[in-house]
Design a protein around this ligand. Sequence first.
Ligand code: NDP
Ligand code: BG6
Length: 494
Amino acid sequence: MATETPTRALFMLFGGTGDLALRKLYPAIFNLYKKGSLSKHFALVGLSRKELTDDEFRAKIIDSIASETDDKAQAEEFASHFYWKSHDVNNLGHYAELRTIADELDKKYELEGNRVFYVSMAPQFFGIVAKNLKDQHVLSENGGFNRLVIEKPFGRDYESAKKLNDELTSAFNENQIYRIDHYLGKETTQAIPVIRFGNPIIESVWNQNFIKNVQVTLAESLGVEDRAGYYDTAGNLRDMIQNHALQIVSYLAMDEPNTFVDTEIRKEKVKALESMEIYDAEGVKQNFVRGQYGAGDGSPAYRDEPGVPKDSNNDTYAAGKIVFNNPRWGKTPFYVRSGKKLAAKQGRIDIEFKKPLVDIFAKGTKQPQELQSNVLSLLIDPKVGIVLNINTKNSEQGFHTETVDLDYVQSPERAAEVPLPYERLFHDILNGDGTYFASWPEVAAAWKFVDPIQHLWDATQPDFPNYKPGSMGPKAADDLLARDGNSWYYPNVR
Ligand code: NDP
Ligand code: BG6
């Protein structure tokens, strides 16, 4: 394996003792350090209003990376690069102090002015942090890089997202902004362009002539857990479909970029997202379905979960049909669905191909069953892999066709070595690679698609609850596909 030159960088992490930072971000940075993408030339300043000493902060870091290492000396050496600063994001004086600390650490660790500002805080703070960093001159001005990383959610509709984006771009250029979508850090999502454009046998049939429909399923078995405060104001359409599902759809639907670099890929993703048909109210009714889980098998209904209002109309499930007005996809539908408290935790993509125009095996008495469609399944999480089913003859006496799987499913040993999504994304940020981040035009196109759906849902009373925990969602989601002569492939087939 090629050894890479470690990147020199100073991280400033806003929300430095928050849940995300402690559970995901520090372990990801530690793994980069362990693997040599960061070396002795890095430092991190953790920031929030808390008063902590550097030692107290370092003890939290060691705790946070405990699952990643047994090597105490290495953990301590890593944590020695961490510094704490009590910082209120609204206090301008605190930014002047931060600038001084940043300059000192830059010298001490020879960081060449490279700075990553990671805003892992509630979204109302994203804009103000970016503005204050710029106005108070915390950005380095000596030729090093300045990169701003923004957590989700990026707005709650097109208007709020645009306002946020205007705030960010008054301080940073688009190519300095990294909008995190952790689904883009997952192995299978990252593999989509290679599976498509690296395999002529696949890409040559990747269009409406051969593909009957595409299904993206992001199913979760957990419920809302302790996140009602956020989730009840968001809902599944905003929380999973607008970002994760539509990003996956964009890699599946886009045309081939000229080269595999972020600027070219983004152009194609945007073109695909902008060609999604935007529904009017009637279109929304026909093409989108919402759901909310009721009680079942000893688990409470969503409306009885802690922190959820008893009359909440929030969607814990959403499914819909996307139609692309472009030459590649014509009327081949893309279906997306996502929900909480479903039968299983599984993210996957199922691509159903058209059957042969004439089934010669169905003639006479030789073939009692119809040929099955070929289905290419890309398994995202927790099972990771690629499965293609094809029709062949079975080995018994007499002539019968059967469908078999050609599959590659990642082994547990291999899975244990695969970088965590946040580790991959940090790696790309350090390398200035925006391939697996959402650009503003993509985010804008996704909101423009989602807004009319959300508006209609907000304006009409749903008949909730409408699905049982442990099911695959409301029946209306099955009817949606049935109207087109389709059905959900998962989990009906395997
Ligand atoms: P937390 O509520 O756990 O952390 C928020 C942090 O912000 C705390 O460290 C808090 O510290 C700090 N903070 C709040 N107000 C101020 C202020 N005025 N000045 C400075 N710091 C302040 O949030 P999460 O870690 O859960 O989430 C962070 C971001 O990540 C959010 O955008 C969220 O949507 C996103 N996210 C989180 C996920 C998760 O699993 N947690 C998953 C996906 C996305 P203090 O009170 O000390 O100031
Ligand atoms: C987050 C959503 O973005 O993704 C959560 O806010 C959801 O509601 C989570 O549970 C799912 O991510 P993963 O990686 O566990 O599938």
